[in-house]
Design a protein around this ligand. Structure first.
Ligand code: MG
Length: 297
């Protein structure tokens, strides 16, 4: 079997024909939110329904990092290397300080509780950008069922702590990623739960704190884009129904990494940020690429 499907000839240089898509661990219900800690040589990721954050260490395997995790979903690291997490259960974004204490970054907007923060990125100016769809409050599976009080928006938290809604015309914003030079922000819209909404990735031009544009960049098929990341050449890597798709900066689908389970999210890590880690329903997978992740640190 092949692990790859090249749509465009450029894709063949991005993969090693003999590098396997390997399952590292299994037994989760909905694995999500992978984030690589190079300095600690480990990967953290969420198992949302089981209310835990797991740690995978090369050679040592799986241990529990935090449980309960308030049904955490997406994670990233800030420029100081601190873990920044979205929590469905407490409907907030938090930062885990280097001493292990937890700081709440955002839990309300305009006096109302957030829905269920889903995914998060940190820009080089220290601002924290996160999506707030309603998936974690629609049922008791990935959080706690509750009334939705705010639209599904994208927020920016200034280093001063000020929270602004920066995108309000989404059905359900989900994964998000900056281009390596931070002139673009990609945001996936995965549509409202139980609605036949369009599902696609939109692209915005970033001008300081302002976003313009917002046209549809790419529509993933089969499935939809959940977690997304960029590599150092500006290619966008997206979760999809049949694996991970690689999309050129002009929106062209270049190729696919085929994964036997529905993929939720991805991140680059490993020795040279050349290893793609893939959370896919019940399993954690990895594949070595001839690419390098752009995300920091
Ligand atoms: Mg997500």
């Amino acid at each position: 079997m092949s692990f790859y499907e090249a749509i465009d000839p450029r894709f063949s240089a991005f993969v090693m024909f003999n590098a396997p898509v390997k399952q590292l661990a299994a037994g989760f219900d909905w694995a999500e939110g992978p984030v690589w800690f190079g300095d600690a040589n480990c990967l953290l990721f969420s198992d949302i329904p089981n209310d835990r954050i797991l740690r995978w260490t090369p050679g040592a395997g799986l241990t529990t990092f935090r449980s309960p995790s308030n049904h955490s979903n997406g994670h990233t690291r800030d420029r100081q290397g601190r873990l920044v997490s979205c929590e469905h259960g407490k409907r907030r974004v938090t930062r885990t300080e280097l001493d292990g204490s937890i700081t709440v970054i955002a839990d309300r907007f305009a006096g109302k509780p957030l829905n269920s923060p889903n995914d998060v990125v940190v820009k080089s100016d220290g601002s924290i950008w996160f999506t707030d769809p309603h998936y974690g409050i629609m049922t008791n599976y990935e959080g706690h069922k509750a009334d939705q009080e705010l639209p599904c928006q994208v927020y920016r938290v200034d280093p001063s702590g000020r929270i602004d809604a920066v995108l309000s015309d989404f059905r359900c914003p989900n994964g998000l990623a900056f281009s390596p030079d931070e002139t673009r922000l990609y945001v996936a819209d995965t549509g409202r739960m139980y609605h036949p909404d369009p599902q696609h990735i939109r692209v915005f031009t970033v001008d300081g704190t302002r976003l313009t544009g917002g046209e549809v960049f790419h529509t993933i098929s089969p499935g939809c884009a959940d977690g997304i990341r960029t590599d150092t050449d500006g290619n966008l890597w997206s979760s999809a129904g049949d694996g991970v798709h690689c999309i050129a900066p002009d929106g062209t689908l270049l190729g696919k990494i085929l994964v036997p389970e529905l993929v939720s999210n991805i991140c680059f890590g490993g020795r040279a940020k050349h290893q793609l880690f893939i959370t896919a329903t019940t399993g954690l997978y990895t594949v070595a690429l001839n690419r390098q992740g752009a995300q920091t640190p």
